[in-house]
Design a binder for this molecule. Sequence first.
Ligand code: NAD
Length: 281
Amino acid sequence: MAKLIDGKAIAAQIKDECREKVAKMKSEGVEVTLAVIQVGNDPASTVYVGNKKKACEYIGIRSLAYELPEETTESELLELITELNGRKDVNGILVQLPLPGHIDEEKVLDAIDSRKDVDGFHPQNVGALCIGKPGFVSCTPAGIIQLLKRSGVEIAGKECVVIGRSNIVGKPMALLLLRENGTVTVAHSKTKDLREVTKRADILVAAVGKPKMITADYVKEGAVVIDVGIHRNENNKLCGDVDFESVEPICSAITPVPGGVGPMTIAMLMNNCVESVALQQ
Ligand code: NAD
């Protein structure tokens, strides 16, 4: 039976570490502040923003909520970002995605001061990750590295296969595994004979966005399997990109959905907020 990698417990551990660091900073007169901007009222975004607010409260991070109406213009949003960029009392700026169709997401994300870009999406931070310089790292892949390390999974020298090449998961995931000295392959929608590639993996990360696509015949016996996907199945239950029932019996460790990668994203966001203070100094 595979070991279950408990993302809930590891995320709780990281949040508690952040809480301690924030308490210490407070005792030294330093406050950590995150500005969260939501445009419109997409219900899923409202849930995500609410969860981020709750995590801030638990850790002791001051959160400033900007709930802007759907009809907010791009220039109004850019103006707010410029104002927050200039505020010394704001350490992190997060714009909840997706933005309404009339706003250019890329332009907005690029406008955030890279030293306050706690989501790690700014080209400067992506470039820093590429060449091994300090900067913010996208939260989900950063969380996966923590899951592996804190579960005692050695990355150095291992065959790592990432399925998916998105800017927020697949690509930064591959770069982080490389930084940890893994031998990394990125598979994607144009990969020929995906099974042949994924069966080489000692560590397999599925960020493919297709429910239960990764069945046992994609997985080498004894592999560590990380499931990034989040979907609702036909019974409205959460499931991942990995077919847990068929893969679990043959791998050595696996993340469940829910309770695997999901909780790590907010934990790493909180960690980035805490680190932003040092980065800005
Ligand atoms: P995306 O749609 O941007 O990227 C999917 C990638 O999979 C693409 O790069 C594509 O090339 C590849 N792909 C698609 N079909 C394929 C196929 N048949 N074979 C091989 N590769 C294929 O998605 P994303 O934003 O990277 O997210 C991936 C999944 O992770 C989604 O289910 C998303 O909901 C989930 N997600 C979870 C978290 C979390 O906090 N747990 C965070 C972000 C994303």
